[in-house]
Design a binder for this molecule. Structure first.
Ligand SMILES: NC(=O)c1ccc[n+]([C@@H]2O[C@H](COP(=O)([O-])OP(=O)(O)OC[C@H]3O[C@@H](n4cnc5c(N)ncnc54)[C@H](O)[C@@H]3O)[C@@H](O)[C@H]2O)c1
Ligand SMILES: O=P(O)(O)OC[C@H](O)CO
Length: 910
């Protein structure tokens, strides 16, 4: 005779207990069956009715209770009676948690937390990020400087506040959804209530809107789990209950991937910009190398477990499912008999499905299908993937706020769109591709490492394709610079892109090179050109349009655009208004160079038809006609339009006309705009240099040279137009003006050094023109290279003597504006001063040479002053003064040469 309750932990973690004494009497009336059999039949009958035996057993608990005290109720091995007090009677149940107590408990806890706390965590994280960005924009929260020597202020608040708030909400959110959680809702010590609860399990399930199956590989082997599943299927025939199946591993995986994204993105919002590629690259490798490895191995073993479950369930037999009573031989730890849960469950199944065979067939077909579909295809649904990608959006929001605050509105909008796309589209897509690959490569355990690596590298092509797609979208839809280049190229048969998306993508790769650290730049440049080469050979792009020369010009064009970006990043955050006075060869070259850097250029000309032609055809009809001008050059005769509010004025009018040209517009030139002087000469009469003429003409306070920056050095206008590498020096007494001008002019092929020796730079630039005429005469006379070299050496010494006597620094004369420009003009065939000399040397009359000359030869004017200056500063200048004498027709070129040769030799050290 069994005299005590039957205590048995079962799948739902409770004990099926029936007061045997109470029903012994009933059993004695039916002597054909044993008491045990009777109890089992009685229990089965109760359960199969799918009703609750007493109203108070229909209980629920807010979901957050399960997470209290470190998720004690989900974690602890020993059951605690007071848990029951946290539950209360309820009419309806939000979710019935169906799970096995034999799987990983922590996995289950994290998955439940993600299910119940994940959404609020993300929502509050987003709100926090919006709010912090708003406070940053209102100057309440400070920014960080991420560009060396630049005051641009960056936000890091969105990512930081978003993640901190998300974490806090995730661990502390109290979800009030009413759930049936067996450990809390079934009484653990009151045997009556406990028994009633267990016998009502199917009824409770029937009252539940949802059955949440927390699946792990032990689930489908446990008898009570199968029972709950069967009860759900039965109740679904009567009610429209919803089944949700979540693998328990998914919670920790989602949390780890989310954290991985955070760690990987953090450097992108806090690291110095010039380390931008390097640091995330490290984060990326760590993330991919380690994060992906663990995520991949766990996902692959999960899919293997699902496959195994599918195989098992296809041959599932309720008799073989595990239950603790059978494992314990139906005897508890105190030696008392236990009723067999299997008998009870099997009896229920027989009632619900008429016979066990039908139930098993149902499980083997439809149930397997539902389970497998949910576990294989819905393992990481879209909502979860979006949540995991949220850090990418926070990081973009930081960038958006930084750009917006620094006035780059268009780029801010661009990045906002990009952020949304990364968050809602690209991130989820990469994750689902990753899960797909894990699923496809999960079948065999053999070659495990190889398969894991195949998944990791298999994700790369999609990342590259998506990056290319975004880059394409960004540059073609949102980037006005590239849009303009592509549109312009499309019209120009010489540069028409064969495949705009691919070429836009290459353009951006090139751009990445501009943004990164030095070695990354190099890498990006090499890979771009390699890629371009491959694509070109395969016929996807046609950047060459035939000749290598054209190809160079094509990529030079692309590089121009990128150097604009680089200069933005370096601080020229917004395009400047630049006015250019003088529409000759050098004015056109400087205007073109600055316009190629993306600035708005206004050329102030005197000739209306020329302006009209230039604005319509983007060609200067008078100078350098062979070059197309950028469209952001506007030619005008209105001094007001050109000069009002200009940030910088470039002065490219010949020296002798400079005072007149500047005085007529002096009231329009903004007082704080630096004036870049490129004219090389000395004013006749006053013997003044441009650094004096300009402040005087503009009536500027000549403190710090009236913000004049003299730009000089070997720089032919034509070669600048042709994007040939050029180095010049910017000389100024005003460091801020020199810095501004240097930033304005610096590009990948235009290097600007700085000096404060403005006098040395100007005197050298003016006198080298006189020497260039002498060199031309030597050439015209056909005196040969020996004579030419001796002449240039002598002339160089004379320039040094006079310039240092006037106060120039000797090192300036050895630099770009001295030696550099002497070499260019004396030996370069493009020099106009030299070509005047060549014709004189050949015997052409001076008037004829000058009247037929297109473009100013400043040396002709400067030569006239050389004699006076030699007298004034007491220096002997035989070569330079003989040029003056030739021009005044005092001597013929030939006589002058022999006069110089007749001079006594002097010591080299002089
Ligand atoms: N051409 C070069 O390669 C080069 C290189 C470096 C420096 N520079 C210097 O730049 C200066 C200009 O040279 P360029 O080559 O352009 O000369 P240029 O002869 O080609 O052009 C001079 C321009 O100045 C304009 N001009 C003349 N008087 C004017 C006035 N009063 N008001 C407004 N415009 C006026 C002319 O109309 C013409 O368009 C020179 O001092 C030269 O030494 C020239
Ligand atoms: O053509 P030139 O002789 O005026 O020389 C141009 C320059 O000064 C180049 O630096």
């Amino acid at each position: 005779m069994v005299s005590s309750p039957v205590a048995q932990p079962v799948g739902c973690a409770c004990e099926l207990e029936i007061d045997v004494q109470e029903i012994e009497t009933v059993a004695s009336e039916a002597p054909s069956i044993t008491t045990m059999q009777f109890i089992q039949e009685f229990a089965a009958e109760q359960v199969a009715r799918m009703e609750v035996t007493r109203p108070e057993v229909l209980r629920t608990v807010p979901a957050y209770v399960a997470f209290q005290n470190g998720a004690e109720a989900l974690r602890a091995v020993r059951l605690k009676p007071h848990w029951y007090e946290r539950s209360s009677m309820s009419q309806s149940i939000g979710a019935f948690w169906s799970h096995s107590w034999h799987g990983e408990r922590w996995q289950k806890i994290f998955t439940l937390m993600v299910l119940y706390n994940g959404l609020p965590a993300i929502v509050f994280g987003l709100l926090a990020s919006y709010l912090s960005v708003l406070l940053f924009l209102c100057d309440v929260l400070p920014g960080v400087e991420r560009i060396p020597d630049n005051t641009m202020s960056f936000s890091t608040w969105s990512l930081v506040s978003g993640s901190v708030v998300s974490f806090v909400v995730f661990v502390s959110w109290r979800s009030r959804e009413r759930v049936f959680f067996d450990r809390v809702c079934l009484h653990q010590t009151d045997q009556d209530l406990k028994t009633a609860g267990i016998l009502s399990l199917a009824g409770i399930l029937r009252q539940s809107k949802t059955m949440l199956v927390l699946w792990d590989s032990t689930y489908s082997h446990r008898l009570w789990c199968l029972f709950e599943f069967a009860a759900f299927l039965k109740s679904a025939e009567m009610n429209s209950n919803v089944l949700i199946i979540k693998p328990t591993f998914i919670g920790p995986t989602a949390i780890l991937t989310f954290l991985g994204a955070l760690v990987g993105l953090l450097p992108m919002t806090v690291a110095p910009i010039d380390q931008l590629l390097l640091l995330p690259a490290v984060g990326f490798v760590v993330l991919l190398g380690l994060g992906q490895y663990f995520a991949c191995t766990s996902l692959r073993s999960y899919f293997r477990a699902v496959d195994e479950m599918q195989r098992d369930l296809r041959h599932m037999r309720a008799d073989e499912a595990k239950c603790s009573c059978c494992t314990q031989g139906h005897v508890d730890s105190e030696g008392q008999a236990l009723i067999c849960d299997r008998e009870v469950v099997q009896e229920c199944i027989r009632v619900w499905f008429r016979d066990q065979g039908r139930f098993e067939e149902h499980i083997q077909t439809e149930v397997v299908e539902v389970l497998v579909y949910n576990l294989r295809c819905q393992a990481l649904p879209y909502r979860w993937r979006v949540a995991i990608s949220t850090p990418a959006f926070w990081a973009c929001l930081d960038l958006v706020a930084s750009l917006y605050k620094n006035g780059m509105i268009e780029m801010a909008v661009e990045w906002l769109l990009l952020g949304f796309m990364l968050w809602l589209f690209a991130g989820p897509m990469v994750l689902s591709w990753f899960v797909f690959l894990c699923r496809r490569l999960s079948t065999k355990k053999r070659l495990d490492l190889l398969q894991t690596l195949a998944v990791i590298f298999g994700v790369m092509p999609l990342v590259v394709v998506l990056a290319g797609f975004f880059v394409y979208l960004q540059v073609t839809m949102a980037d006005p610079l590239l849009r303009a280049v592509l549109a312009e190229n499309a019209k120009d048969p010489e540069f028409a892109p064969k495949n705009p998306p691919i070429e836009a993508f290459l353009y951006c790769l090139e751009g990445l090179g501009g943004w990164g650290a030095d070695d990354t730049k190099y890498l990006a440049a090499v890979s771009t050109f390699t890629l371009a080469g491959i694509l070109e050979r395969r016929g996807f792009i046609d950047s060459s349009a035939g000749s290598p020369e054209k190809r160079c010009r094509y990529w030079a064009k692309v590089r121009d655009q990128m150097s604009n970006r680089l200069s933005y990043i370096n601080g020229d955050s917004k395009p400047l208004k630049v006015a250019v006075l003088g529409g000759g060869a050098f004015g056109t070259a400087m205007a073109t160079h600055v316009a190629r850097k993306g600035h708005n250029v206004f050329m102030l000309l005197r000739d209306k038809p020329v302006c009209k032609f230039m604005n319509r055809n983007h060609i200067n009809p008078k100078y350098l006609r062979e070059f197309k001008l950028p469209k952001n050059i506007h030619a005008t005769t209105s001094a007001e339009d050109a000069l009002a509010d200009c940030d910088v004025l470039i002065h490219a009018v010949p020296v002798q006309s400079s005072r007149e040209a500047l005085s007529s517009v002096k009231h329009l030139v903004p007082k704080d705009a630096p004036v870049v002087a490129v004219s090389k000469g000395i004013e006749l009469g006053s013997k003044k240099l441009m650094c004096d003429v300009i402040p005087e003409a503009l009536e500027r306070d000549d403190h710090l040279g009236g913000s004049v920056v003299v730009v000089s050095g070997p720089s032919f206008a034509q070669e600048i137009m042709d994007r040939r590498p050029t180095s010049v020096v910017a000389a100024s007494q005003c460091p801020e003006a020199a810095e501004k001008v240097s930033r304005l002019l610096t590009s990948k092929y235009f290097r600007v050094s700085k000096t404060d020796d403005i006098l040395g730079v100007e005197v050298a630039g003016a006198l080298k023109n006189v020497l260039a005429i002498a060199a031309g005469i030597c050439e015209g006379l056909g005196l040969g290279t020996n004579a030419m070299s001796a002449l240039v050496t002598q002339g160089n010494a004379e320039i040094r003597w006079l310039a240092t006597a006037m106060g120039a620094k000797p090192e300036t004369l050895a630099g770009l504006s001295g030696m550099g420009d002497i070499l260019l003009t004396c030996f370069g065939s493009l020099s106009r001063n030299r070509s005047v000399g060549v014709r004189l040397g050949k015997g052409d009359p001076f008037e004829e040479v000058i009247s037929g000359k297109k473009g100013v030869a400043e040396g002709v004017f400067t030569a006239r002053l050389v004699v006076e200056l030699a007298d004034e500063y007491k220096v002997l200048l035989p070569v330079l003064t003989s040029v003056a004498r030739i021009l005044c027709r005092e001597v013929s070129p030939k006589e002058a040469v022999f006069e110089v040769l007749a001079l006594p030799p002097w010591t080299e050290s002089a």
